[in-house]
Design a protein around this ligand. Structure first.
Ligand SMILES: CC(C)(COP(=O)(O)OP(=O)(O)OC[C@H]1O[C@@H](n2cnc3c(N)ncnc32)[C@H](O)[C@@H]1OP(=O)(O)O)[C@@H](O)C(=O)NCCC(=O)NCCS
Length: 222
């Protein structure tokens, strides 16, 4: 099973961190990460429940990772395997993740699809999100799949939605004229934009838009 030990930097201070699969014992901590990561107006019913978390651990434990800082689980990332073809018609988050229950997980799928990533606010900008993403890339390499893919929310879009289209917004983020809390983070993690998706998730801040972004496995062999 996956286990990575490292130090993240909290300002000048190194803090001992472990990235590992989450288990039954981590349920409370996982739910707390969700509550703090997705505060209102994000719909509460989209936070993890025990059944979803149980499915993640049972159906695809390789894709259920958490980051523990000095013994406390404070960030997590979850994925499932799906078959994806860039020609496929647009999907919503609920369709491709079975609303987070991942019962559609396909062990033969060519793509590791991100269901969710989040870090508790007090533990942000320490590099945990990026370390989790890099760890998930390692899972993609180990399982020899084509890509990691996911829809990145655009929480900064809502503030300027009256002034510009979402296409213009993501273009400005790509040109470095604007920063988006999620899309800029994903770019820093090495993800590249594929296409804009409308009605992706009930997410007022993003006006329900998301940017589908991928990372291609450089080691992939057929
Ligand atoms: C998105 C999220 C997981 C990022 O986690 P994090 O641990 O704070 O991110 P990291 O510290 O690993 O940041 C990695 C890089 O992204 C940048 N970054 C992180 N948050 C950013 C932000 N809000 N705006 C711009 N850049 C940001 C960092 O500066 C860092 O850059 P560097 O590599 O040049 O140092 C976290 O902000 C979060 O939980 N958000 C709420 C939940 C959410 O919306 N998740 C996405 C679902 S699609």
């Amino acid at each position: 099973m996956y286990r990575k030990e490292l130090y993240v930097f909290d300002g000048e201070r190194p803090r001992k961190t472990v990235i590992r699969p989450y288990t039954e014992q981590d349920m409370e901590a996982m739910i707390r990460i969700q509550q703090e990561s997705f505060p209102p107006p994000f719909p509460e019913e989209l936070w993890w429940n025990r059944e979803q978390l149980g499915n993640h651990m049972r159906l695809f434990p390789e894709g259920a990772l958490c980051a523990e800082v000095e013994g406390e689980v404070v960030a997590s990332m979850t994925g499932l395997l799906v078959h994806y073809d860039p020609q496929d018609k647009d999907h919503s988050w609920a369709e491709i993740t079975d609303s987070g229950y991942i019962t559609n997980h396909n062990p033969d799928g060519n793509t590791l699809y991100v269901v969710d990533i989040g870090a508790r606010p007090a533990y942000r900008k320490l590099g945990l999100g990026k370390w989790l993403m890099l760890s998930m890339y390692e899972v993609v390499i180990r399982l020899n799949r084509e890509r990691l893919l996911g829809g990145g929310r655009l929480p900064g879009y809502g503030r300027v939605a009256e002034e510009m289209t979402p296409e213009a917004y993501v273009e400005e983020v790509l040109q470095g004229k604007r920063k988006d809390p999620v899309m800029s983070f994903l770019l820093k993690c090495g993800r590249t934009p594929l296409k804009l998706a409308a009605d992706y998730l009930e997410d007022e801040e993003s006006r329900n838009y998301a940017m589908l972004m991928e990372w291609k496995n450089p080691f992939y062999s057929r």
